[in-house]
Design a binder for this molecule. Sequence first.
Ligand code: TNX
Length: 526
Amino acid sequence: MKRVAIWTVCIGLVTTACARGPRAKGPQRTPPAATWNDIMPLPASVEPRSGRFTLGAGIVIVSSATDPAVSRIAGQIAELVRRTVGGSRPGIVSSNDEQSSTRIVLVLTNDPSAADSESYDLTVAEKEITMRASSAAGLFYAMQTFRQMLPYWCEYEAVSFPQPRTFSIDTVHIADRPRFAWRGAMLDVARHFFAVEEVKRYIDLLALYKINRLHLHLADDQGWRIEIKSWPELTKRGGSTEVGGGPGGFYTQEQYADLVAYAVQHFITIVPEIDMPGHTNAGLSSYAELNCSGRAPEPYTGTEVGFSALCVERDVTYRFIDDVVREIAAVTPGAYFHAGGDEVKTLTPEQYKQFIERVQTIVQSHGKQMIGWDEIASAKLLPSSIVQHWRPDASREQLAASPHLILSPANRVYLDMKYDEATALGLHWAGYVSQRQAYDWDPAGSLEGTAGKILGIEAPLWSETVANMRDVEYLAFPRVALVADLGWAPASQHNWSKARLRLGGQSSRWTALGVNFYRGPDIEWR
Ligand code: TNX
């Protein structure tokens, strides 16, 4: 067999520290320790320095901030250190007394003039690691970067070494900030339902890659997944099944609030979606009055689309929508409400536009910004509304005329598309989405006339063919990590042949985390 050697790729400034020599591929090799070369997403600027910082006994975490989020981050850093070198968990002190031999210092500058609330600075010197940011989010991202400099075993919860050990990392200065403000993932909990604990696990994995939005598709033909107290049949009947006829399920508002709070701790904003006027069979089957015929259809467990629509001519429909948006907005701290709007085949274009414009006003009256799939671009939108591009052939004129855009072109970032013809899970109506296909495109250059309107990118995972988290992980990983890299790393560093090396460096961490990832071709999995 041909021996493959890949040179470690240098990021940031070119210095001698980059000349690491070839990495040989071979079955006996234990995974090499992680270095800043493998950090995903790639930081904006990486300047290697000479020397090493050694984690071991005696290290302390210094944090004087009173912000509870920063205290939590300090605790998480202490835990990462313990898992890396064993021994007892490092203490957290509020002032740097210079007694400790080595320290990790967290600095919250609270500088309102900082250009970007998600940016951070991470300096690894020989005796001190400093993480500096103007917000807790920035410190959280500094921690994620630091975590990726640690070996894969820092991901094991119950790690215990017979003897404490040491672990050295290269000194470096990283100055980092995201390319896009919106770096999202979407999970369809309607076609198949996923429990709170499962979604939390997805949040954990997304946070590692600095994803900051999780859009939950909470209602579709096959299921209504969030409690609406004023319309209780929605979950009682509408939540009782899923694709294939399984038992379905739903979140009580309390469970949803718990999920939202968990996401907030990971600096992820939950974006709730109730798809309308189409994709509504679950709602229509729960309340006869929402149907123009006045008759409620049976629950639906197939995978066709486009057959259902709320009765747009009836006033009760808008009272219903008002109640739904009000109740969900009340338990959603994030600024957004996603109203769907896709694939409506039973209304005239005029009926559709009027419906979207009316819903947009309802959403605004509850203090949220409306998001909709790209069909909504045919309506007259408010300056605050956001269009989510998904159809590869959507009208370019309408997209260019949209107030704001999130890019989720199905032929690039739909995580439910098969990787190739051999992939058992997933669909392929938008083509196959290989790892390279998901990464190797430029969001900013993909649509003419939209410069300045693109908030960022989002990778949806529709769940017609995925029934559990193992399936979700198989389709999401590695592509969601590539999309996160595309959304964060500077445009000037966008390069598939380098990204695939960073990706290869994730595999021992994913194995430690128990992620059921797809070991696709073209990647040197390490
Ligand atoms: C299209 S994307 C849909 C979904 C399906 C998905 C499957 C969008 C806005 N609508 O209803 O689940 O394709 O890939």
